[in-house]
Design a protein around this ligand. Sequence first.
Ligand code: ADP
Length: 804
Amino acid sequence: MVKAWKGAGEYPLIPLRGMLVFPSTIVPLEVGRQRSVSALDEAMSQDRFVVLATQRETRVDEPGPGDIFPMGTIAEIKQMARLPGGNLRAVVEGIGRCEILEYTAMDPHIRVTVREFPESLEHDAEIEALVRTVKEQYEKIVKMSKKVPAEALIAVSSVQEPGKLADTVGAQMALKLEDKQALLHETSIRARLERVLEFINREIDLMELEKRISGRVKKQIERTQKEFYLREQMKAIQKELGDKDDKGGEVAEFRQKIQEANLPAEIEEKALKEVDRLEKMPPMAAEAVVVRTYLEWIVALPWNVETEDRLDINEAERILNEDHYGLDKVKERVLEYLAVRQLVKSMKGPILCLVGPPGVGKTSLAKSVARALGRKFARISLGGVRDEAEIRGHRRTYVGALPGRILHGMRQAGSKNPVFLMDEIDKLTSDFRGDPAAALLEVLDPEQNLAFSDHYLEMPFDLSKVMFITTANSTHNIPKALLDRMETIFLPGYTEEEKIHIGRLFLLPKQMKEHGLAGANLEVSDNAIKEISRRYTREAGVRNLERELATICRKVAKELVKGETEAVRVNKTNLTRYLGIPRYRYGTAEKKDEIGIATGVAVTDTGGDLMPIEVTLMMGKGNLMLTGKLGDVMKESAQAAFSYVRSRAHDLGVDEGFHEKYDVHIHVPEGAIPKDGPSAGIAIASALASALTGIPVRHDVAMTGEVTLRGRVLPVGGVKEKTLAVFRAGIRTMILPEDNRKDLDEVARNVTRRMRFILVDHMDEVLRVAMLRPGFNEGRQSRDCFPIPEPATGCLPMADQTGP
Ligand code: ADP
């Protein structure tokens, strides 16, 4: 028999874990704890009423009064069943809110006295509106959520009573336990509805947010999937096309190479950053190509690779001598460097500049230095370099940018301390694109080249261990600042004896080896070599000599292979058989003394050479003609010589008005070759004087020197080259300015010993030596071989009183 709930009384209590039963809801319960089972049993045996109250902490197994919320629900047991294992299952219906007043027993189950909790029920339009809104909003939730069953909506919409509505919705929604408990505690129905509405709205907001997020995630996934798909497709296409581009492998390879290259820390960091960039790029992107080239450069450069120097001086000396004859100065300098290097552990590389005409062995000597030091060798040519970027590279933003020649050389060398040859440093030019010399300054400055910056690399590269050797044909065109930084060593060229030596001991064996000839096959006599250097080549160095010897080797090889002969001996007489008729007259010395011709000397690209000067007089009106492709300085020098001769006409015994009756033509033969410089002054003046006086100039005297209007003779450059040229040409007397005396020290002793130098201050002395009165000169001292009045400086009318 069921009794009605009277609003107060003493009842058994079941503590609930993690759930709450609202009034006017029907809920299934499963009960396992001993006390709860006992409580249910008792309720069943009595009036079926039981108090359901929620535990504060779900973990507590045997809760006391303090562990249970003081507000609960009085419920009626609708059904009960025993489950196997002793548990009970019951279906209960909440009837009303109740407040726990007192715990009357704890065993065998909890008993409490309770009383109904008063609700304030006001009916007005606002409640009405709240009810409607709650229903509408709840409907929205049901529609939006796939989790709430449609029946829940029916249950809610059928409820009319406002308080009950709030409870039903609260029970249906998945609220936090505290929120549910708060709803249970709410006595004001208006407040309870408002609270429920707040929960509903919060839920709607959350659901909308969820929807937005999941939409975004979905889009993202779709995009990645699409990209993945396209990439896979691209790979398949590349594979079909046979492009073996597996970027993963490439990137890993770069990483490994960078690790192995033992780079300085900051370089390694930068390189790895570039690898990361490369990894993110599609393999075919133009940018990827740029990064790849850049990385290849970084791993290829010898950042930390250093070869060990051969410190055995004697061995180094042996190697240097093995490769080259003579050239003692350079060899000595290299050995000195080695010696100091042994005493000082870390030492900056020296910067040598080898200056001399072509073919004197500058390049091959540098190679030999590398061999002697046990270093790698790199070579670049600076001829025609006019752009700073050729030295320092282009910035990476340029299409096809690469590092400059310096780093190319370093890469080629493969170590950071090579012997680095820079050929033709005197052939640098500069224009609007920047000055390459300025960039070279940085390379060659020991203070700066520790951190040489290349535009492409954008990282400092250490050049301080490099041994730089530069070469030039002359120092005139080397920018001053560059010249200052280098140690200049002159290689002026070889004498005939030296050439014979070099030919016999170095060039011929080398060429024979290259042509596969053994010593038994070919022999070339010293006389033949001398003949080659005299009549087949005209040079200060030995490059053409080597070429001619190669020609002989070639021809002999042919004869041998054809079986025409077994061994050949080349001498002066059969030389034409191999080399054809001689190309040059030996020397260009005139054969006999002539009027109006004087022998000057010039410095040329190939060393020095004789430069005959011709002067002819023609009836005319005093015009001065200059031909032979003369430069401005040389023209002026010719005019000065002319004026000097005019001013001395009286002393020379020449008609003082000659310049009004004659045209004077000065010509310097071999007209196609440009000539310049003031050093032909005394030769021009001599030729003129000779033409005017009719006294011949000695053909066996060569001369060089600048002349002033007053006849003073000024010093000139290139004495070494000129002396060798004169000697080569077979002339043994040479007139030189007194001020050039010191330069003779630098000319090989075996040349100076066999020549006679006449050092002069004044043109009068030149004329005295160079011009001869027939039958008057032989076997006499130079000082009195005279056509002109006795000298006594100062007594001549227009002698040098003021000086230039
Ligand atoms: P450069 O660089 O001065 O123009 P090279 O170095 O090209 O001249 O020399 C030309 C050739 O002459 C090379 O084969 C070189 O070995 C040879 N040569 C030059 N000087 C000597 C020397 N003193 N001893 C041996 N060979 C030499």
